[in-house]
Each structure stands twice: as structure tokens, then as C-alpha cells.
Design a protein around this ligand. Structure first.
Ligand SMILES: *Cc1c(COP(=O)(O)O)cnc(C)c1O
Length: 458
């Protein structure tokens, strides 16, 4: 590609490129930051500034940038067979081998996979598959899927409908019919009057109330992220998921775990459902399956649903051109190989996760921080105006964006969800790199505090 200066890239970007989840006009006025290369946990922009990527790209580059194993797997597969589909009673070796490998690394109820090109498409597959399952059972009326406010399940019509982002629903007539939402298990926002454990039971109870309101004979499934990612790294109380499982079992409701972020080691187990102790019937994955090197997603299909689809379903009229893309599958196999060889899941569970948790406990002492949470290699810092009373800032002040601005200026990528600052760093970090990240976070919190005081907001 021809080299351009930063200003030239920004001008071409503003002229032609509509970015996802972006206010086009304000970005064009400001100019994008142009990221040009990466290595390990660091990025470099077109001005040569080095940036510590505490978000793993977009929750996906779990094995870090520049891994030869993944690059070579892609190159070799591109040479051997760059594409073939699985529509016409055909298959390719990488797709078959990955399906076999996924059956090995996922919980025992999963022996089958349906591939997609992304997490959103995976959740479209989930909606169709769940409804097809109940059709096959002779209960087509059981088509309602219950999801949660502030959950994120992607940006296609079904993905955005399952998600509980009201801003997304307001554009394009969503949600699609048959999807309803309950409140999220966010203790900071909804539960501070009680213990976390009691709140977990209460929040799960909202599911039972909604099942009874809709009618148990109409409810097909419940979907949730083990830990809500894009919603702000909301770690549920440990009582929440087992109670959700109990309620779903009671009414025969299918449980769907959206593992697009939590899967492949981020929470310290291979999948978030193992960390939070529940047993999903379906599991969506994407992002970490290839560490983001190339797009791939899919749905793990548990025995209950797989048996019905296979034995009684006939043709399932659904699939994507890139379902089981051989290059993507080859990269996923190499990526899972790295995770296994380097023991990354165990490292997150036994070493990195506990270390990050201790560093975040220390950050919780900062005057701006009202709550600090971590789960494996993800963490959140809730910024507050008054630490003692947990009083929030006025949302219109966008204090999270002020903090994010300081992060950008100081070579750290940390994301703001409202006033919640979040990280999901690569799983290959060293303890020294965690120290480096936390020192940057602390500096940015101090700068934000000074800024907020100077503006008279605190
Ligand atoms: C990112 C994400 C998705 C959507 O995945 P895409 O690959 O962007 O379509 C779905 N669910 C969760 C939990 C996600 O974090």
C-alpha cells in the first residue's frame, strides 16, 4: 500500500469511509487515529506513537499481535485451498479438524458446531436454530427469547434485537418480534441496598417473573453473556448464573451463553459458563477463536438441540458463504494450539487474573473510583463524583470520554462505557506488562481527577 502522511490518511478516511458505531460528521471534523502496525501488546500509529492495547483490539487479540504460528497457518492454507464451501455435501479438512477440536475444548454437552463469519451472524443462527428446535418439538408457539438490558449480542437485525442497547433499537425498528428483555445483574446500579449474593438471586428472579408474564409455554430460550462485555464489564454475583440455570431447567427453557468475549480463556476457564457454573444448550463464539487475525464465528450446539436437528429436523435452511471458511478455520486451529501450548487458560486463572484483581483493588482506592471489578483478564473502573455515597457524574459531562482522552494522549487504549472505564488485555501479558498498564491507568485517573476538579465538576 502506498504510504501517506497522517493528514492524507485522515482526509481520505473522512471522504470515503463510514466507520462502525460512529458519528460520521464529528469524526470527520476531528480526524481518525491511524493505526499502522502492532507487535505483542503494542500498537503504533501513523505518527509513530506507541500505544499499549489494553482492549486486545476489540476483545479479540488474545494471543497478542504478530504471532508467527497464526500467520503461517493462514499462509499455508491460502496456498493449499483458499476457499471452498460446505453447502453442497462437501467439506474441507480445516473445517472438519476445527469442529473436532472445538468438541474437545468445549464442555462435554457440545459435540457439534455450526460456523458463521462473526458473532452477530452466530447469534442470528441461534435465533433461527432455537425456533427451529421448538418447531421440531411440535411447539412452534414457543418462540420468545428473553435477553437482558445492556447486553450486547452483535449488530445484525437479530443480534441487535437480542442485545439490550436502546440506542440500537431506536434505529431501524428493532427488536424483531419475539424478543423481550429483563434488567441486567448490575449490582452497582441496581443492587447496592443488599449484598451481592442476595442481589444475584434477586436479578435471576426477574427472569422467572418474565417467563411467567410471557407464559412458560411461549418461552423458547434465555440468552446472556457470562460477563457483559460491551455493556461495561458487568461481572454478575456468583449466585446469579446457577439460579438462572435452575429457573430455565424448571420451565424447560433453553440456555444460551454468548461466549464471544468470554470464550477461549478470558475468564480463566475455556468458557465463561465454566467460570460461572452453568450448563448452556447453545454457545455463541467469535473474536477469541482466531484471536481476531481473521473473521470467524459460530455456535456450539449441545446434545439436546443437536439430536433434534439431526434426527428429526430434515434440512435446516440456513448457512453463510463463509461458514467453515478454510483459512479462518486453519488460523483458529493454530490459535487454539498456542492457547494450549502456552497454558494461557491456566495462566489467566492462576496467575494473571489474580494479579490483575490485586492491582484493581489498589486502583479502587483512587478518589475517582466508586467500584473496581475484574474477572480473569477483564476489568472495569466505575468513575464517581462522590466516592462515599457512590454518586455518579451527570451523564452529559461525559467524564468517561474525558478519561479516555487522557488514555489516548498517554499511549493507553482503555475504553469508556459511560463512566465505566474498561480493559480486556491480551492473555499473553507478563506481570511486568500488567504493572506497566496499571501505572498508565493510574496516571490517566490522576489527570482526569485534576481535569474534573479544574472544571468544577467535583
Ligand atoms: C462482539 C460481540 C458480538 C458480535 O460479534 P461480531 O463479530 O462483531 O459480529 C456478539 N456478542 C458479544 C458478546 C460480543 O462481544
Amino acid at each position: 500500500m502506498k504510504e501517506k502522511s497522517t493528514a492524507e490518511w485522515q482526509a481520505a478516511d473522512a471522504a470515503h469511509y463510514l466507520h462502525p458505531f460512529t458519528d460520521f460528521k464529528s469524526l470527520a471534523a476531528k480526524g481518525s487515529r491511524i493505526v499502522t502496525r502492532a507487535d505483542n501488546i503494542y500498537l503504533w500509529d501513523s505518527d509513530g506513537q506507541k500505544i499499549l492495547d489494553a482492549m486486545s483490539g476489540l476483545w479479540c487479540v488474545n494471543v497478542g499481535y504478530g504471532r508467527r504460528e497464526l500467520i503461517e497457518a493462514a499462509t499455508a492454507q491460502l496456498k493449499q485451498l483458499p476457499f471452498y464451501n460446505s453447502f453442497f455435501q462437501t467439506a474441507t479438512p480445516p473445517a472438519i479438524a476445527l469442529a473436532e477440536l472445538l468438541a474437545e475444548v468445549t464442555p462435554p454437552q457440545f459435540r457439534h458446531v455450526f460456523f458463521s463469519g462473526s458473532g452477530s451472524e452466530g447469534n442470528d443462527t441461534v435465533v433461527r436454530m432455537v425456533r427451529r428446535y421448538w418447531d421440531i418439538q411440535g411447539h412452534p408457539e414457543r418462540d420468545v427469547i428473553i435477553s437482558r438490558h445492556n447486553g450486547y449480542h452483535g449488530s445484525t437485525m437479530a443480534g441487535a434485537s437480542l442485545g439490550g442497547m436502546w440506542g440500537m433499537h431506536a434505529q431501524g425498528g428493532l427488536p424483531i418480534p419475539g424478543i423481550v428483555h429483563i434488567e441486567q445483574p448490575c449490582w452497582f446500579e441496581l443492587g447496592q441496598a443488599m449484598s451481592r449474593d442476595d442481589f444475584g438471586i434477586k436479578a435471576a428472579g426477574w427472569l422467572e417473573a418474565r417467563i411467567l408474564e410471557v407464559g412458560p409455554d411461549k418461552v423458547a430460550a434465555f440468552i446472556g453473556e457470562p460477563v457483559q462485555g460491551a455493556g461495561g464489564v458487568i461481572v454478575p454475583p456468583s449466585t446469579y448464573w446457577p439460579e438462572i440455570q435452575r429457573i430455565c431447567d424448571k420451565y424447560g427453557v433453553l440456555v444460551i451463553s454468548d461466549e464471544v468475549i468470554c470464550g477461549f480463556g478470558r475468564t480463566g476457564h475455556w468458557f465463561g459458563c465454566e467460570t460461572f457454573d452453568f450448563r448452556p444448550d447453545l454457545m455463541t463464539f467469535a473474536k477469541g477463536v482466531t484471536s481476531g487475525y481473521i473473521p470467524l464465528g459460530g455456535v456450539m450446539v449441545g446434545e439436546r438441540v443437536a439430536k433434534a436437528l439431526i434426527e428429526q429436523g430434515g434440512e435446516f435452511h440456513h448457512g453463510y458463504t463463509y461458514s467453515g471458511h478454510p483459512v479462518a478455520c486453519a488460523v483458529a486451529i493454530a490459535n487454539i494450539g498456542v492457547i494450549r501450548r502456552e497454558g494461557l487458560v491456566e495462566r489467566v486463572r492462576n496467575e494473571l487474573g489474580p494479579y490483575l484483581a490485586r492491582q484493581f483493588e489498589a486502583l479502587a482506592e483512587h478518589p475517582l473510583v466508586g467500584e473496581a471489578q475484574t474477572c480473569g483478564m477483564m476489568g472495569a473502573l466505575q468513575l464517581v463524583r462522590n466516592k462515599a455515597s457512590s454518586e455518579s457524574f451527570d451523564a452529559s459531562l461525559e467524564v468517561g470520554m474525558v478519561c479516555r482522552g487522557h488514555c489516548f494522549g498517554n499511549g493507553l487504549i482503555m475504553r469508556a462505557v459511560g463512566d465505566r472505564m474498561i480493559v480486556a488485555p491480551p492473555l499473553v501479558m507478563t506481570l511486568g506488562q500488567i504493572d506497566e498498564m496499571v501505572a498508565l491507568i493510574r496516571r490517566c485517573l490522576d489527570l482526569t481527577l485534576a481535569d474534573v476538579k479544574q472544571r468544577g465538576w467535583m
